[in-house]
Design a protein around this ligand. Sequence first.
Ligand SMILES: Cc1ncc(C[n+]2csc(CCOP(=O)(O)OP(=O)(O)O)c2C)c(N)n1
Ligand SMILES: [Mg+2]
Length: 652
Amino acid sequence: MKKTGAQILVDALQKEKVEVVFGYPGAQVIPIFDVLYDLENLRAMMDEGHLLDRLRKKELFFNDLPRRRAMEELLKKTGAQILVDALQKEGVEVIFGYPGGQVIPIFDALYDVTIPRVILVRHEQAAAHAADGYARATGRVGVCLATSGPGATNLVTGIATAYMDSIPMVAFTGQVPTPVLGSDAFQEADIAGITRSITKHNFLVKSVEEFPLVLKQAFYIARSGRPGPVLVDIPADVSRASLDNYEYPETVSLRSYKPKLIGHILQIKKAAAAIAAAKKPVIYAGGGVILSGAHRELRALAEKINAPVTLTLMGLGGFPGDHPLFIGMPGMHGSRAANAALQETDLIISIGARFDDRVTGNVDHFAQSAKIIHMDIDPSAISKIIKVDIPVVGDAKQILGELIKFVASRSPDEWNKRIDSLTAGGIFTYKPSESKTDIKPQSVIEALYKLTEGKAIVATEVGQHQMWTAQYYKFDEPRTFLSSGGLGTMGFGLPGAMGAAMSHPGKEVVVVAGDGSIQMNIQELATISLNRIPVKIVILNNGWLGMVRQWQDLFYSRRRSATCLRRKPEICGECGGVNGCKRAYVPDFIALAASYEISAFRAENAGEVEQVLRAGLAVDGPALMEFMVIEDENVFPMVPAGKPLDAIMLEG
Ligand SMILES: Cc1ncc(C[n+]2csc(CCOP(=O)(O)OP(=O)(O)O)c2C)c(N)n1
Ligand SMILES: [Mg+2]
């Protein structure tokens, strides 16, 4: 290969990793400047960030004016480009969104990049739930994006769902341009006002100058302390405006927000002393254990003091579901063992749980002989519902790590025998079907547990199927059970599972849904199908809004008002009760799945359950499995709302 002398010189400069040449031209060096003019090669060798940094600090100077302008352009970014750069710097790999007028500039900037990947959902509510599901499965911040007005208001349920369960999420919304804010402009909604009470914090960005810092703060607030959703509302003129000399902040400090992570050592020692003095300790742990990654410490503590462990719905997976010390969920559909243990204990060791009313039943009669240790990262959760004796504010993983050092070991004793007697025969049990053909819903969950070897990530919708999943699938690892606990949002499960599957977990991702809930965001079958997102959909079809039907049967004299999903009065008379009507499926989920090009399988009798599960799980990609379960099954145990835990009904 021939090279001129000038080319040889430039080649040597490159090999010697010279970043910049300072010079002044003249006749004898024109050939050299001529080769240097082709600076692309030289630039290619440099780390672009480093180069930009030096440009910013004016350490680099290009003699050539057009080139200098081009380099200075590199420091300029529009609001939309700033957002994309921030997403990349925050490590966001996927964003769930839906476009519209005020976010076109943002989608336009996203069009240029491969990271983050944009998943176009079919309804903004699903974008929020998918971001939430992604966050629950990974522990990273989930991100969604919607346009102003109806796009933004469609996010509301998803944001509230994440807020109630302390899920880290950043929701971006487009807004009308700043000059027309407040004028009832087309598609204007005050989304910051609307979401004030369902976000950890929210921002209306006023100018492109403040945008980089707002973005840094949004991600920091969402993921730190007690996590939660943050909304950033971006007027279209901010997305379009450009900022010279853009730089993404490296650190953030907020005067009014300093999460306390380290538990007070004296409180930790008090907790250890209370544990040593207790005769009947119970560990009651919630979602905080999962959020802080404290599952190993929890297990170490439980094993050291041989205390039974009950996990709230949000805590499932935080302690192995098949561990001998595990006694099931507490509360409304909790186990007999967990509820009895809470009523009989003399010490509740509460870790990242918030004494929700679905757990305590009537608070005046809750755990009356117990002292309470409450470890929580959120000081406002302490003594909010139940008066606490020993509060410890801080991160669960840190506190437990310390506590383990101070607690004395405790050997199994009479209390453990009492607990064992409560769990003998199984934590949750149900009567198997009398007929050979009827499908008991619980048996489907048991079969799913068996066939996935307990290793799947399981999302749920809301209703009876959700409780049966919580009761009969034994979760061993954190971030494998994804369910809307606090808000109880029907419609979370399908998009939530989609978000989880987008995180490439290397695990099977299944959503267990009811025939009612699945219809709340059924349009996402398109997103799942077109992106080949490998979600396995299990529908327990009982023909009813089963959980409400259960309350009507138990507490409203069986007056089943507006809960039948199969009513076709002209042919069926009573809902689903007449032969032939059972097959009047509306919608026919199998046909519906086919129209979305998703493989689907239906089991109509008990003998087909395993076969259908095997067929669906074997599909490479998404699949739908429908189980025609018996209609009148109720979830037990049940503590009626507002009643003490002792009022537990073991069966109907
Ligand atoms: C968005 C929303 N609307 C209403 C409810 C009240 N609700 C709770 S469970 C339930 C029935 C769910 O029916 P389905 O999905 O078929 O589940 P099943 O209980 O039959 O298993 C309803 C209506 C809710 N939780 N969320
Ligand atoms: Mg149902």
